[in-house]
Design a protein around this ligand. Structure first.
Ligand SMILES: [Ca+2]
Length: 367
């Protein structure tokens, strides 16, 4: 035990805050993604298996585990220099790791977009305050953040150094920057393919994918078909997310979450953070009527989106929580109002609260 602790580089003062495991073999995004065909993309090298957060007196420490050992860059594979090979044995070369932290778990408080090019958005209940972008080329990543994502660059830490050991990456960030982790913190963590060169504005991409196309900050785009250097298994809509594997809360489905994009309307997938200490969502009271009480009905359901027959004039407001009940009066899920229209309101299901499928005509109670 002592030996293991020393070898893995921990001091005894480091305290585990939590650990989350991820299934092996789900390095396929929404279910269909395949690796590029070049053999440097070793099977399992994008397969997340675990995420740990530790704290020491001065730092917050993040460990991200993968199924397979990191690939040695192709130039070094043909080198006979053993010393050089040993030095570069542990290197992050093909993967970007994004860690977004929702620190207050407050509805719509924080940023709901991701670093450009990830091609997904964050649900308002998981809006984040600070992110860590672990990149193979940190200096280039920083300048690209400044060029393509000025608005959020100040909230994204791109660590200049991190350790790559065996099958995990460890990065330590000072508490002076991160603050003290609390039980309210939620985490959205996923891996994308790392691009080595900056992208230039590409008219062909813009024409193919439409005006919502974003120049990526050093991540690979998932294509319809795999090629030597690009992932495949997406579709030609330009709406597919570029995450290959992602951590989700227990009971949630990565495939469902990453698959919640719409190729027709080009609506991006909505991602939710996981909250290891099941902190409760805080909702600002922004409505006009204090005590809106009513029993409404589900009139339509699509994935995690629920339409309820309460529109303007009913007193309902964005951010309000409602409970969905089945015919026997059993609680099925909690929903949150996203948008109020004339006759109906659009709600999304609060993750981790759904116990059964929501169907039309189920009752929704707003307190
Ligand atoms: Ca995995």
């Amino acid at each position: 035990m002592i030996f293991a602790l020393i070898c893995s580089g921990y001091s005894f003062a480091d305290k585990l805050i939590f650990k989350l495991n991820d299934p092996v073999g789900d390095d396929h995004g929404p279910g269909s993604y395949v690796y590029p065909t070049n053999p440097v993309f070793r099977p399992g090298s994008f397969d997340l298996t675990g995420f740990e957060v530790y704290e020491s007196e001065s730092d917050v420490i993040f460990n991200v585990y993968f199924k397979n050992w990191f690939t040695i860059p192709p130039d070094l594979q043909i080198s006979n220099n053993k010393n050089l090979k040993d030095i570069f044995k542990a290197i992050l070369f093909l993967q970007n790791i994004d860690i977004y932290i929702d620190k207050d778990h407050k509805y719509n408080s924080g940023i709901t977009s991701l670093i450009p090019g990830r091609n997904a958005k964050v649900a308002p209940e998981s809006a984040w305050e600070q992110a860590i972008f672990i990149a193979p080329q940190p200096y280039l990543a920083r300048s690209e953040m400044g060029r393509l994502a000025k608005g959020m660059a100040g909230r994204v830490i791109v660590p200049a150094t991190y350790d790559v050991r065996d099958n995990y990456v460890q990065c330590k960030i000072s508490k002076k920057i991160m603050g003290q982790p609390t039980e309210r913190w939620g985490y959205l963590v996923f891996v994308t393919g790392a691009e080595w060169e900056t992208s230039a504005f590409s008219l062909s991409n813009w024409m193919q994918y439409g005006p919502s196309y974003e120049e990526p900050v050093l991540n690979r785009i998932v294509d319809q078909y795999p090629s030597e250097w690009e992932f495949g298994g997406g579709d030609p809509s330009g709406a597919v997310p570029n995450s290959i594997d992602m951590f989700v809360a227990s009971g949630e489905s990565q495939e469902k979450m990453l698959g919640s994009y719409d190729p027709k309307t080009k609506k991006r997938a909505t991602l939710f953070a996981f909250y290891p200490f099941s902190s409760t969502l805080e909702v600002e009271k922004t409505g006009t009527k204090e005590a809106f009480a009513g029993e409404m009905e589900v009139v339509d359901v699509l994935k995690n989106v629920v339409v309820v027959n309460a529109g303007r004039g009913s007193g309902i407001f964005v951010g309000k929580l409602g409970q969905v009940y089945d015919g026997n009066g059993a609680l099925v899920a909690t929903v949150i109002v996203e948008e109020v229209r004339e006759e109906v309101s659009i709600c999304t299901v609060v993750p981790m609260t759904q116990t059964a499928e929501i169907v039309v005509r189920m009752k929704v109670k707003f307190k």
